[in-house]
Design a protein around this ligand. Structure first.
Ligand code: PAF
Length: 291
């Protein structure tokens, strides 16, 4: 596996692959790799002739109050894991190579960025859209792979690619879960034993919403209320002797799967999305509700 730190070298590497007639898969990450990332890499390896991963903790998508400084940095292990998956190249730039002196051009993210995460983390998608477009310029691959766990991010990137005519095919990878249902996330390593137990309420609430839908409940508000009650340790069947609860719900909603706009009744594919605080850790997860 070739390790590249210079954006110009990364571009040359991708151009060489494409000049040789190869399809190229790009897997952007912020490191702290888990099986969710590796599953994206494996999909890229299956679908494309060459694969380049990137590891860059992008400062512009973190607010000053967020966890940029404590975000896990595990570069050596990450590179070993990527090499173990036979990735062809990894692009690991320094911050100053990506944000040079006097950097001042940002992407104004699309409409779908304005709700949910866009309300809780107002600058987040501006930073994500900017760095992702930069990575597409630096590594002009044929395909780019993003996890469905960051569902709104995926929709933001799809809309940006459509609106700005970026010639890259976006491929979504399914959310990879722990055996008990917790969605894999680089932030799971922050969870204490107690947090880890309580974090399970998220995937269980999403399951509850989809189960309700499949037993005939089509009202989004009813599904949302069921998820919120479950997250707060008030299960309808009072099954838990000592109810567990998350610490704060940022949102627990059922919305249109493409626009992320509110809906009354589920008549087309919808998505249930949750963002909560468990201890000091902010976790997000989602489930599609396919009609
Ligand atoms: O999903 C992530 O890890 C990041 O938001 C991304 C897409 C690599 C941009 O920094």
């Amino acid at each position: 596996m070739q390790t590249i730190t210079d954006p110009d070298v990364a571009r040359d590497w991708v151009f060489q692959q494409r000049a040789a007639g190869k399809t190229v898969g790009l897997v952007p990450t912020m490191g702290a790799l888990h099986d969710g990332h590796l599953s994206l890499v494996q999909t890229s390896r299956k679908q494309c002739d060459a694969t380049i991963a990137t590891i860059f903790i992008n400062p512009t998508q973190f607010a000053p109050t967020e966890d940029l400084d404590k975000y896990p940095r595990t570069l050596k292990e990450d590179c070993e894991r990527l090499a173990g998956e036979s990735v062809d190249a990894v692009f690991v730039p320094e911050t100053k190579a990506m944000y040079t002196d006097h950097f001042s051009t940002y992407v104004d993210p699309p409409q779908v960025a304005h709700s949910l995460e866009g309300v809780c983390r107002p600058e987040h998608f501006r930073g994500v859209a900017t760095i992702v477009l930069k990575l597409f310029q630096i590594a002009p691959a044929t395909h780019a792979f993003f996890g469905q766990k960051d569902y709104q991010q995926l929709q933001v990137i799809r809309a940006m690619v459509r609106d700005l005519n970026v010639g890259i095919q976006i491929v979504a990878g399914e959310t990879i879960r722990e055996p008990d249902g917790l969605a894999m996330s680089s932030r799971n390593r922050y969870l204490s034993v107690d947090d880890r137990r309580r974090a399970l309420l998220i995937s269980r609430s999403l399951q509850l919403a989809t189960d309700l839908y499949h037993t005939g409940e089509k009202r989004a508000a009813v599904l949302q209320d069921a998820m919120q009650q479950h997250l707060l340790g008030r299960p309808a069947d009072r099954s838990e002797a000592t109810p567990l609860s998350v610490d704060k719900i940022d949102y627990a909603v059922v919305v249109d799967a493409e626009t992320l706009q509110e809906i009354d009744t589920i008549n087309q594919t919808a998505v249930a999305l949750i963002a909560t605080m468990v201890g000091n850790t902010r976790l997000i997860d989602n489930r599609l509700i396919v009609v």
